[in-house]
Write a protein that binds this ligand. Sequence first.
Ligand code: G3D
Ligand code: MG
Length: 226
Amino acid sequence: MSRATSAGGKPPLYKIVMLGDSGVGKTSLVARLTNPERPLNHDISATMGIEFDTQMLDTEHGKVKAQIWDTAGQERFARVLLPTYFRKAKGVILVYDITNAKSFESLSERWMAQLNDHASSDDLAKLLVGNKSDLEASREVTKEKAEQFCQEYGMDMLETSAKSGQNVLQAFEKLIGIVHNRALAANKNKAGIQGMSSGGGGAAPSTVKLEDGKKGDAAGTDACGC
Ligand code: G3D
Ligand code: MG
């Protein structure tokens, strides 16, 4: 009945987006998740525009599919593409590089503002990710600073390394778990208040007609109907 219930049916699909400065490792994190065997310096450096990948993930309430959107983090692209990027997103991973203080400052100075401009913040589950944890000797952002940010904006955090793979799966699973729980709770609420929901409301997970593993580019824009 509920589209957020995976039992017996297709797993629900949730769109999540990667945000953060260029160079923090967003593309590397997605690549590590979707293909852990892929060496880090695969041809993944300069992402152009928007692309996405899908990945099945486990939650405490069954399997769900994450459609992970990734951007270049370049303003000249981001500005026009942001509405498309955020449309129907249910979760966001805010990424900074623990060896780059500026990338952390950008989160509050730039990315949180863009998030609030383009997405209904209450609707979005958020996770803070400090990437490049393998470069401890070059650390510029303390965990305490990051925890403060989390308290201020009400989110959890994890430090990851797309290079070693540390915490990468955990980060995506953590966010998607929050997203799925919210969708289940919202559907339950809806069912309780209105009887059977026929979908189309805000509680249902965003479903976008796409094939597994297919990269975004043009298809991504079509998929969101923009
Ligand atoms: P972006 O998508 O956020 O722009 P990328 O970032 O994924 O393109 O990564 C930017 C650079 O950081 C890449 O190096 C990549 O290999 C490196 N990188 C990403 N994640 C990690 C990590 O966890 N640890 C380390 N040590 N490096 C990482 P190049 O040299 O290709 O530009
Ligand atoms: Mg990139």
